[in-house]
Structure formats: C-alpha cells, structure tokens
Design a binder for this molecule. Structure first.
Ligand SMILES: [Ca+2]
Ligand SMILES: [Ca+2]
Length: 198
C-alpha cells in the first residue's frame, strides 16, 4: 500500500489508534488521507465541526449540541480535533462497545469536566438536544418528556437522585444498564420521536 503517503501518519498515533479502535492499519491510513483532504491543516476547528452538524440538521439548531459533542471529543482540550481525537470519536459513536459509548455519554453530560454530573448539567444537554427536535416532533412527545425541564426531571428520577445530588460515572453507567428508558431519554434519536406517532 502507499508507503510514502501512509508515512504521514506517525507510527505512535497509528499504534495507539489500532489499540483503541477496531480499525486496521490500512483503514486508518485511508481515513487519514480523506481527513487531510477535508482538513488540510490536520485539525478540525469548533466552527468547522458546527458546520458539519448543521448540514446534518438543516431544519434545526444543532449548534449548542455540536459544541458539547466537540468538547467531549477534544480530549486534550486545545480547541481543535486532531486525527486521533476524530477517529476515536468515530469509533466510539459507531462501532464502540456499549461501555465505551456510555463513558463517552458521561463525558458529554459532565459539562464542566469535574468527574460528576449534576442536574443542571443534564438540563443543559437536554436543552441542546431539544433544539434539534422540530416543533412538530415535540408535539408528539409524551407529557412528561415534552420540555427540557420535564425530561430532565424524568431522567433524574430514574437515577433515584434528589435535586442537589450528583452522579458518579459508575452510577451513570450502571443506571443506564439497569434501565433502558434512561438510554432513550439521554439520546437524540429523531426516529424514536417518529415511531411514537404510530
Ligand atoms: Ca484536541
Ligand atoms: Ca460536572
């Protein structure tokens, strides 16, 4: 395979990605070439990331959610996504194991990154998710899930927490494993909204 071009991806990064994802060396090199084509600088800025999101959600306002997702993937917190962060994100959100996905969901909801989630942080992410649900779809949500406040209350109740309590990562993951309803409520899934109409 293209030895000179694949050399652009450092051996360290390649090995780390092979260890942390299911992608093969060949796949990673192919991804890297297309990543560089899209992003010649080798880094995705927050603005670029928001633009990608807005293409997927032309009828909604995904900016706030995109910013939270960006933060959760920007592992070294330098305000850009490099190839490694991008591939780990891709892996976690597509083919990753349930546990890895839930670890990522925890980091998404832990807005200030202090290692626990409080109710305000849940409300912040749920509010961002609501901005991606069209007004028409919101009309079809059950009464106890049809505003960010109500949905947050429902999630928080499922976790068995009081308003001032906090969730550790272990409690968060265990709670979701024990109750699939929580998983549905913390995600943005347009299809699920549509199914409810039937
Ligand atoms: Ca980064
Ligand atoms: Ca927190």
């Amino acid at each position: 395979m293209g030895n000179s071009k694949s050399g652009a991806l450092s051996k360290e990064i390649l090995e780390e990605l092979q260890l942390n994802t299911k992608f093969t060396e060949e796949e990673l090199c192919t991804w890297y070439q297309s990543f560089l084509k899209e992003c010649p600088s080798g880094r995705i800025s927050k603005t670029q990331f928001e633009t990608i999101y807005s293409k997927f959600f032309p009828d909604a306002d995904p900016k706030a959610y995109a910013q939270h997702v960006f933060r959760s993937f920007d592992a070294n917190n330098d305000g850009t996504l490099d190839f490694k962060e991008y591939m780990i994100a891709l892996h976690m959100t597509s083919s990753g194991k349930t546990n890895q996905k839930l670890e990522w969901a925890f980091s998404l909801y832990d807005v200030d990154g202090n290692g626990t989630i409080n109710k305000q942080e849940v409300l912040e992410i749920i509010t961002a998710i609501f901005k991606m649900i069209t007004g028409e779809d919101q009309k079809h949500l059950p009464d106890d899930e049809n505003t960010p406040d109500r949905r947050t209350n429902k999630i928080w109740d499922y976790f068995g927490k009081k308003d001032a309590d906090r969730l550790t990562e272990g409690e968060f993951i265990q709670g979701i494993m024990n109750n699939k309803e929580i998983l549905r409520l913390i995600q943005f899934e347009p299809q699920k909204v549509k199914d409810k109409r039937k």
